[in-house]
Design a binder for this molecule. Structure first.
Ligand code: ZN
Length: 237
């Protein structure tokens, strides 16, 4: 049973995502872009999203205004939250040709109530959280083979935010990828900008290239979120 690795990129770094296409294409990977402010994209960014879609990548929603879902649902109620924060994003992305059937939680803020609300609109949700260096704890981010998980824990893979480096945890991730290759299952990773330096959270292109080649050498399937199974009883091959 082949392990699946879903690389995802959040926010609105469309220009740098487009610039990273040769890296991603070099290993024929499919990845996912979770776009915020989709209704505010300018023409160049819209063209960039269309290009990424034409490459076979998944484009999902990261909310219209990056609101914390758990808080906004309590404050506004689920109906207003969906109408104000989710539907404009989904509509703008669908107008560009995206399925918009996956959602990444802004600031990784989620709870069971927000999952229930958002699973009305999306097939897959992705959370996140602090990166643990403990391999056993880290393994919880991997969904077992045969499961049709719809809420994915996610693990960060950014290298830095501005000048502040993130933990040098390449060994932990390598171990997770090897486990995935040996036992199957699904791992969703997330990053933001793709750049050698950026004020935002970003993954260095060299690091991304390394993860892609490591995964390819292990025979992992590099898939977009739209390629994941999403119904109970879905048969994995
Ligand atoms: Zn974000």
């Amino acid at each position: 049973m082949t392990g699946r690795l879903a690389l995802t990129f959040d926010d609105r770094h469309v220009d740098n995502w487009v610039a990273a296409r040769p890296l991603i294409d070099a290993v024929d990977a499919r990845v996912t872009f979770f776009v915020v402010e989709a209704d505010l994209l300018d023409h160049r960014e819209q063209a960039g999203i269309r290009t990424l879609l034409a490459d076979g990548h998944t484009v999902g929603s990261h909310g219209a205004r990056h609101r914390n879902a758990d808080q906004a649902i309590v404050l506004d109620g689920p109906t207003a939250y969906l109408a104000d924060e989710i539907d404009p994003s989904v509509q703008a992305l669908r107008a560009l040709g995206a399925t918009a059937s996956a959602f990444a939680y802004p600031n990784s803020r989620r709870d069971e109530s927000s999952d229930a609300v958002l699973l009305q609109r999306f097939k897959h949700l992705r959370g996140g959280g602090p990166r643990t260096g403990d391999p056993i704890a880290a393994a919880h981010a991997v969904s077992p083979p045969g499961s049709a998980v719809r809420v994915h824990p996610g693990r960060g893979m950014d290298t830095a935010r501005g000048d502040h480096p993130h933990p040098a945890d390449a060994d932990v991730l390598s171990g997770m990828l090897r486990r995935l290759a040996d036992h199957g299952g699904t791992l969703v990773l997330y990053a933001h900008d793709i750049a050698a330096s950026s004020p935002a959270n970003h993954v260095h292109p060299d690091r991304l290239r390394h993860v892609l080649s490591e995964a390819t050498a292990l025979g992992l399937d590099l898939v977009g979120m739209d390629d994941l199974p999403h119904t109970e009883g879905h048969r994995e091959r």
